[in-house]
Design a protein around this ligand. Structure first.
Ligand SMILES: NC(=O)C1=CN([C@@H]2O[C@H](COP(=O)(O)OP(=O)(O)OC[C@H]3O[C@@H](n4cnc5c(N)ncnc54)[C@H](OP(=O)(O)O)[C@@H]3O)[C@@H](O)[C@H]2O)[C@@H](O)CC1
Ligand SMILES: [K+]
Length: 487
C-alpha cells in the first residue's frame, strides 16, 4: 500500500479495465483472496489513521464494496479495535465474496447496529464502489451525510460512494462538503475519477493497494498521472537565443494586465526573450515593473520563428490577428479570447486544423466553458466526462488540449492516454492564473519541448508553485505566481 502524491507517476484504469483485471486476478487466486487482502489493507490504514480509536464506524453497502467493509471489520476486531457495522441491505442479496466476509465479521465478534454509533473516531465508507449505478438514497444517503458532517476522518473504500470512478462526477449532492479529513484506499487499479472533476475533493488523500495483482494489469491505461517532470539542466555555454523567443498577443483596451502576466510568467519560466504585443493602441511603451518585457504594438510584431501565446485579455480585437498568428507562429498557445474567436469562426478552425496537419505545435488551454464553446456542448457536458472532452478537442483540431479545472486534463491528438495533472489547489482560483499558465507553456515550447510534454510539465509546475505557497504568506496572486514567489 502506498500514498499517491503529486510526484507519483502512475497508470489509471477505468471501471471496465478494472473489472477485467479483477476477473483475471480472481480466477488465478483461491476464492475470497482479493477481498481478504482488501479488507486487511483497509483495516491497516484505518489503524494508521486513527490508532487510538475507541469506535470505528463501518457503513457497508449491498455489494462487494460492503464485503471489503465486513472484512475490514473482522480484521480490526482481531486486532483489539471495536468496529460497529451498519449494513444497508438484505444479506440474502450479497454476492458470495461479501457473504463470506459478513460471516467472518460475525465470527470475529463484530458489533452490528441498525443505526450509526453516536460517536466514532473514524468512519469507513464501504457503501458503494465501482458498482455504483445511481445516486445514493435513503439510509445510504443519510449515513454519508452523517459521516461527512462529523469532525472525524472518513476513509472511503475503493471509491467515495456515489463518485463515478471513470469521470469524477458525483451522483448526487455535488455541493455536499466532504469531511475535512478524508482518505480513499483504492484497490487493484488507480481510477481516473479520483483525480479530476469532483474526485479530488471527494477522495482526499489517495492510497493505493494493488492487492498483489499488478502482474494482471495488462490493460491499456485509460489515463496517466505524469508525476514530477525531469528538470532540464541548462548548459553553461548557452545564451538567451538558446531558450527561444515568446511573443504574447493580447491586452486589448483595459486588459493589458492579462498579457503582461503571461509575459512575466514566460520570462520567469525561462524563455530567452519575451515580447508582449498589446492590442490596445494607447498602451504604455514599457512596463517599468518588468522592464525585461519588450512591449510592442501587436500588429507590428514579426511572429515568424516565434512561440506565440495568443488570447490573454485579447477581447474582440484579437480576432483580426488570428489568421496571421495561425499561419506564421512556429509554436502556438491559444487561450481565452483566441479560443472564443475560433469557436465561432469556421475559417479559423480550418486554419487550426491545417496547422496540426503541417505538424506545427499548438496547445489549447480552455477552461470548461471555452471547451464547451469549441465543442458545441455545454459546460455540464464537458465536465461530465473531462477526459473524453479533452480528447475530443485534441483530435478534432490536431492539437494538444489542456482542459483546465480541478484535475487538469492534458490530451494530444495521437493514441497516447491523456494525463491528469496532480498538482494545484484552490489558491489558483483567482484572476489571471490562466494567463500565467499560458505564458509558462509558451516558455516550455520556446525551449523546444515537444508540445505534449511542454503542456504537462508547465501545468504540473504551475500547480506545484501553488502547493508550495507558504501558509503564512500573502494570498497567492497571479503576479506573484508568475514570479514564482510571494511578494
Ligand atoms: N470481487 C472481489 O473479490 C473484489 C471486489 N472489490 C470491491 O468490490 C467493489 C465492486 O463490487 P460490486 O461490483 O459488487 O459493486 P459495489 O460498488 O459494491 O455496488 C454494487 C451493489 O450496489 C448496488 N447499488 C448500486 N448503486 C446503488 C445505489 N445508489 N443505492 C443502492 N444500491 C446501489 C447494486 O445493486 P443494483 O444496482 O443491482 O440494484 C449492487 O448490489 C469494488 O469497488 C471493491 O470495493 C475489491 O475488494 C477487490 C476484490
Ligand atoms: K465506498
Amino acid at each position: 500500500m502506498h500514498r499517491i502524491t503529486s510526484a507519483s507517476a502512475a497508470d489509471l484504469f477505468d471501471i471496465a479495465a478494472t473489472r477485467r483485471i479483477e476477473q483475471a486476478a480472481a480466477s488465478a487466486l483461491p476464492p475470497h483472496t482479493l477481498m481478504q487482502r482488501a479488507g486487511l489493507a483497509a483495516a491497516r490504514l484505518a489503524m494508521a489513521l486513527a490508532p487510538h480509536a475507541r469506535t470505528i464506524w463501518i457503513a457497508c453497502g449491498p455489494g462487494n464494496n460492503g464485503g471489503d467493509g465486513f472484512e475490514a471489520a473482522a480484521q480490526l476486531r482481531h486486532r483489539g479495535f471495536f468496529p460497529v457495522v451498519t449494513f444497508v441491505d438484505d444479506e440474502g442479496r450479497l454476492p458470495a465474496d461479501a457473504k463470506a466476509s459478513l460471516q467472518r465479521a460475525r465470527d470475529a465478534g463484530v458489533t452490528f447496529a441498525s443505526a450509526p454509533p453516536s460517536s466514532f473516531e473514524l468512519a469507513m465508507d464501504a457503501l458503494l464502489g465501482i458498482g455504483s449505478t445511481r445516486p445514493p438514497s435513503g439510509a445510504m444517503a443519510e449515513w454519508l451525510a452523517r459521516m461527512h458532517a462529523s469532525a472525524s476522518p472518513v476513509l472511503s473504500i475503493d471509491v467515495p460512494s456515489g463518485l463515478d470512478a471513470d469521470t469524477g462526477m458525483r451522483a448526487s449532492n455535488p455541493n455536499q462538503a466532504p469531511a475535512s479529513v478524508r482518505a480513499t484506499l483504492t484497490f487493484l487499479t488507480l481510477k481516473p475519477g479520483l483525480f479530476t472533476a469532483q474526485g479530488r475533493d471527494a477522495a482526499g488523500t489517495v492510497w493505493f493497494d494493488d492487492l498483489g495483482c499488478s502482474a494482471f494489469a495488462q490493460e491499456r491505461p485509460t489515463a496517466r498521472l505524469a508525476g514530477a517532470p525531469d528538470i532540464q539542466p541548462r548548459t553553461h555555454a548557452s545564451h538567451k537565443g538558446s531558450y527561444g523567443d515568446v511573443a504574447v498577443i493580447g491586452g486589448a483596451s483595459g486588459m493589458a494586465g492579462a498579457a503582461l502576466l503571461a509575459g512575466s510568467a514566460a520570462l520567469h519560466a525561462g524563455a530567452g526573450r519575451v515580447f508582449v504585443g498589446l492590442l490596445d493602441p494607447r498602451a504604455a511603451p514599457v512596463d517599468t515593473s518588468q522592464p525585461e518585457l519588450m512591449l510592442r504594438d501587436a500588429h507590428a510584431l514579426d511572429l515568424a520563428g516565434m512561440t506565440v501565446v495568443c488570447g490573454c485579455g485579447g477581447g474582440d480585437a484579437v480576432r483580426e490577428l488570428l489568421p496571421r498568428v495561425l499561419s506564421t507562429a512556429a509554436a502556438l498557445v491559444l487561450d481565452a479570447d483566441a479560443l472564443n474567436a475560433i469557436a465561432v469562426d469556421p475559417s479559423l478552425q480550418a486554419q487550426l486544423v491545417a496547422r496540426g496537419q503541417a505538424g506545427a505545435p499548438t496547445v489549447l488551454t480552455p477552461h470548461p466553458l471555452e471547451a464547451a464553446r469549441l465543442l458545441g456542448d455545454t459546460t455540464g457536458g464537458v465536465q461530465a466526462n473531462r477526459l473524453a472532452a479533452a480528447r475530443a478537442l485534441a483530435s478534432r483540431f490536431g492539437v494538444v488540449t489542456v482542459l483546465k479545472g480541478s484535475g487538469t486534463v492534458i490530451a494530444d491528438a495521437g493514441d497516447e492516454p491523456p494525463v491528469i495533472n496532480s498538482t494545484g489547489n484552490a489558491r489558483l482560483a483567482t484572476a489571471g492564473t490562466g494567463d500565467v499558465l499560458a505564458g509558462m507553456i509558451g516558455a516550455a515550447l520556446a525551449m523546444r519541448r515537444p508540445a505534449f510534454e511542454a503542456a504537462c510539465e508547465a501545468v504540473w509546475q504551475h500547480g506545484r508553485i501553488a502547493d508550495l505557497w507558504p501558509a503564512d504568506a500573502a494570498p497567492l496572486t497571479a503576479g506573484s505566481l508568475a514570479r514564482r514567489a510571494p511578494d
